[in-house]
Design a protein around this ligand. Structure first.
Ligand SMILES: [Ca+2]
Length: 181
């Protein structure tokens, strides 16, 4: 087999495996219902039926080994936006992006740095001058009422719950990619 053909075969198999993911491949512990989808080898759990602050949402996703959604590409951002709005939610929804550790350094929940080229900030959100926003607006939600643009908010309820920052959220889990052979 020529090297080019070999590469094409690998690419075909990768594409096949990626698009062939189904909720059947999602972790067994996840409830199969209208809020669970699979897309390109990732299972998404759209938690649109309850609201939590970011820290509690993150803990909830980790219960079954997941993380808040890593909306790293335009393709995934569009997918999440469409899935959420098709379920009738036009609101801010937590994704897995914060600058909790270091102000203005936004990091995905898998530890990777935000690629600025793929960012989707609303005006007035995201990295900005001065450190005054640290610990005030460190957690990111996509606003499905504004085509999914990102807004940063307080991460946790404060003052014994008098100020609440509870939102719907999306968890993601790795699907068991089926053999492409
Ligand atoms: Ca911040």
């Amino acid at each position: 087999m020529s090297p080019l053909l070999a590469i094409l075969c690998v690419a075909f198999h990768a594409a096949f495996a990626a698009t062939n993911s189904s909720v059947e491949d999602c972790p067994k512990s996840l409830t199969r219902n209208e809020y669970l989808t699979a897309y390109n080898g990732i299972c998404y759990q759209f938690v649109l039926y309850r609201k939590r602050d970011f820290i509690s949402a993150r803990e909830d996703c980790s219960t079954y080994g997941g993380v808040l959604a890593l909306a790293k590409t335009r393709d995934i951002q569009t997918y999440l936006q469409n899935q959420i709005t098709s379920r009738g939610v036009l609101d801010t929804v937590w994704i897995g992006l914060t600058d909790i550790e270091k102000e203005n350094t936004f990091v995905w929940e898998d530890g990777s740095l935000l690629d600025d080229a793929a960012s989707n900030w609303a005006d007035g959100s995201g990295p900005r001058e001065g450190a005054i926003q640290h610990r005030l607006e460190d957690c990111v939600a996509m606003d499905t009422n504004r085509n999914g643009i990102w807004v940063d908010y307080h991460c946790q309820d404060e003052f014994l719950g008098l100020l609440t920052y509870e939102k719907n959220y999306v968890c993601q889990y790795r699907a068991n990619v089926r053999s492409a052979i």
